[in-house]
Structures are given as C-alpha cells and as structure tokens.
Design a protein around this ligand. Structure first.
Ligand code: ADP
Ligand code: ADP
Length: 226
C-alpha cells in the first residue's frame, strides 16, 4: 500500500472556484515528498483534505490503505499534521499542549509525559516546558507544532510550509530533524514554494499549479532537467 493515494481529487470553493481540478498523487511509504508550487496553487487545500479539515468536492483519498470516506478514524491515526498557522492556546503551557494532545489519542498520561519530554528535549524546548506558548519565539512555536504532530507516533508527517519565515539557522536544524525522523521510517510530505528546500530534503516531488499536477518525478531527475 502507498502512504498516500489520491485519485481525481476536485475541490470547489463557493459556487464555482475550482482550487483542485483532478489531482492524482501517489506517495510511497518511507518517501520524503515535496508538493511544490506558487502561492494559490492548491497546496494547502490538498493538505487540508488529507488532514480532514477541508471537505473535498469529489475524488478518492486514502492513507496507508484507509479511505478517508469509509475509514477516517484509522486514517487519522496514521497522520500527523503541522499546519502553517500557529493554532494552539496562547496561555497553555508548552508541556501541557503535548500531553493534552496525547490525551486525544488515548495515550496514557505517564507515556504521554515521557514522549513530551523526549520531543521537547530533542527540539530544544525543554527549558520552555512550563512557559505559556505565547512566550515562545516564532521558530520555537514551529518546533512545538512538529512535536505535537508527532506525539501519537504517526507513520506519516505532513507539513505545510514548515520553514516559512524561519531564519536560516533554525531552518537547517529543522531540516536535519526531519531527515532524522524520515531515516527512522516516517513518511514525510511537505509543501513549499522554495525549490531549494525540496532540493535539500526530498526524494520525490510533484509540482502543482492552478489546481493541477503539472510534473511528478524524482528530485534527481527534476534537477537534471533544469
Ligand atoms: P496554496 O497553499 O498553494 O497557496 P491554497 O490551497 O491555499 O493554495 O489555495 C488555492 C486557491 O484556493 C487560491 O486561489 C485560494 O485563494 C483559494 N482558496 C483557498 N481557501 C479558500 C476558501 N476557504 N474559500 C475560497 N477560496 C479559497
Ligand atoms: P528564533 O528566535 O529565531 O525563532 P528559535 O526560538 O527558533 O529562534 O531558536 C532558539 C534556540 O533553539 C536557538 O539557539 C537554536 O539554535 C535552538 N534550536 C533550534 N532548532 C533546534 C533543534 N531542532 N534542536 C535543538 N535546538 C534547536
């Protein structure tokens, strides 16, 4: 089974704005995959559908063989999502954000605390465990979102523009972390509008423009063509 299988995906916003016009996409298990395209191409819409935050208009989507229409619960357990916007309570403490998230997945408290500690340490946030999230810098918030997305140990991590607005040093350390977890077998899909980011990290790439996949190839072949 593929990590992600998308067939004939359409999304219309409002009455007639077609954001996705028949997207087909296959991502293999263990891949590090980039969805590259300019602003407005449909990247966030695709990710929104995969993470069941956006309703599709038509088409089929499955994650590790679990169809989103018929087997959503199991699909959700396979996926961790890092959205573009920082979207947790400004007042909740860093550690509590992770422990509460683990609670949604039914992870016992003790295990949740252990995992939270492990990720906070690994991502350089342990000193901030008792700080409310509003006290964190932009780069720290981004890393906290990654930790939160991983707390239920998903097989697939999806990141929407993970390093947008993050300075180069932090970007490189995030890249290194993502490569490390991919090396441990987690499939990664990210959207970006930086070719350089895709080039540094990804094995395979799809280029989306105006709601259509216009190119789908290995990173190596793409670079040979350029
Ligand atoms: P990207 O992530 O590649 O920048 P999006 O998926 O965010 O692209 O958007 C694709 C297109 O759909 C854009 O033209 C955007 O303006 C439009 N769009 C996105 N969300 C909505 C919405 N909720 N309502 C109407 N149009 C939307
Ligand atoms: P900024 O103020 O630019 O947002 P951050 O808050 O993201 O900076 O980073 C604060 C500190 O955490 C930096 O000194 C950085 O080197 C360190 N750091 C960043 N990413 C990681 C990581 N993945 N693991 C460990 N430490 C990190």
């Amino acid at each position: 089974t593929s990590a992600i299988s998308i067939r004939g995906l359409h999304k219309t916003y409002g009455n007639d704005f077609q954001a996705l016009k028949g997207v087909d996409l296959e991502v293999q298990q263990g891949d590090f995959f980039a969805l590259l395209g300019p602003n407005g191409a449909g990247k966030s819409t695709t990710i929104g559908i995969l993470s069941s935050l956006v309703n599709k208009s038509s088409g089929q989507v499955s994650v590790f063989g679990h169809d989103l229409d018929t087997d959503l619960m199991n699909a959700k357990r396979c996926i961790g999502v890092v959205p573009q916007e920082f979207n947790f309570s400004q007042f909740e403490k860093t550690m509590d954000i992770l422990v509460n998230q683990a609670g949604y997945y039914g992870i016992p408290l003790r295990e949740a605390r252990e995992r939270a500690e492990r990720y906070l340490k690994r991502l350089g946030l342990w000193d901030k465990r008792d700080e409310p999230s509003r006290m964190l810098s932009g780069g720290m918030k981004r890393r906290l979102m990654i930790a939160r997305a991983l707390i239920h140990e998903p097989k697939l991590l999806i990141l929407d523009e993970p390093t947008a607005g993050v300075d180069i040093e932090i970007r490189r350390s995030m890249w290194q972390f993502l490569q490390e977890i991919n090396g441990r077998g987690i499939t990664i899909v990210l959207t970006t509008h930086y070719l350089e980011e895709a080039e540094q990290l990804c094995k395979n790439i799809a280029i989306i423009d105006q709601g259509q996949i216009i190119h789908n190839t290995s990173m190596r072949e793409l670079l040979l063509e350029l």
